[in-house]
Ligand binder design. Structure first.
Ligand code: GCO
Length: 256
């Protein structure tokens, strides 16, 4: 296979959870531009429809699947519907994530559970219903959106770091069980990217100065800068890569 075509996603169908905005939308756009047909997911039908319309206006093949990734029954039904109506899911990006920042000693049980359910349990639930189909086809790519917080913490993000740390190990656990079926399961680990999720931080001059000093690249990442890693992990270029977390963080984790 010519090296360039290793990264061609033509003929693939990619389900990206949490893709009506932010990093998920950027990842969907990139996978689509690399040739994949896209299934966008979110809970809000209106936001999903707007995102789908935007990507279609850019010439991409897009459908939507509105379901709550934290509810196993809804996930099972949605996966079956997508495969029946749109085709076999060959790439799954478990990207759905939220933030509920609070000091641990003040964090409510709801703030804890919402983040663990959305950022970690959802990846299990969606993969639980997609992976058996990939296993039966002996082909599939799963990409979990981890974070630099899979490795390091920061005050007020204890729930998020616990979830993303768990997602790192779930990625490895999936690889130990499913690699033998020619399913590759890896993760991308974003550093600090300017999105809706981090908007409060970007708009905080003190935090902005700190993160630019803490990141060797001395800037925030742009969502489109995550696409290359996702295309690599979604494509034939990564057929012998499994259980890896590919950090896209401007060097943050390399520096003390
Ligand atoms: C924060 C940030 C981080 C980023 C990202 C870094 O509050 O420190 O929101 O959690 O969202 O996860 O990779």
């Amino acid at each position: 296979m010519a090296a360039r075509s290793l990264f061609d996603l033509s003929g693939q169908i990619a389900l990206i959870t949490g893709s009506s905005q932010g990093l998920g939308l950027a990842l969907a756009r990139g996978l689509g531009q690399a040739g994949a047909s896209l299934v966008l997911n979110g809970r809000c039908e209106a936001k999903l429809a707007a995102a789908a319309e935007l990507l279609r206006s850019e010439g991409l093949r897009v459908t939507t699947a509105a379901f709550d990734v934290t509810q196993g029954g809804a996930v099972e039904q949605a996966v079956a519907k997508v495969e029946a109506e749109f085709g076999p899911i060959s790439v799954l990006v478990n990207n759905a994530g939220i933030h509920r920042r609070a000091p641990l000693e003040e964090m409510s049980e709801t703030q804890w559970r919402e983040v663990i359910d959305t950022n970690l349990t959802s990846a299990f639930l969606v993969a639980r219903h997609v992976a058996p189909r990939m296993i039966a086809r002996r082909a599939g790519k799963i990409i979990n959106t981890c974070s630099v917080m899979s490795e390091v913490g920061r005050p007020t993000t204890g729930n998020y770091a616990a979830a993303k740390g768990g997602l790192k190990m779930l990625t490895r656990a999936m690889a130990t069980e499913w690699a033998r079926h020619n399913v590759q399961i890896n993760a991308i680990g974003p550093g600090y990217f300017a999105t809706e999720l981090t908007a409060p931080l970007v708009q905080n001059p003190k935090f902005n100065d700190w993160i630019c000093a803490r990141t060797p690249a001395a800037r925030w990442g742009k969502p489109e800068e995550l696409v290359g890693a996702a295309i690599f992990l979604a494509s034939a270029a990564s057929d012998f890569v499994n259980g890896q977390i590919l950090y896209v963080d401007g060097g943050l984790l390399a520096a003390i």
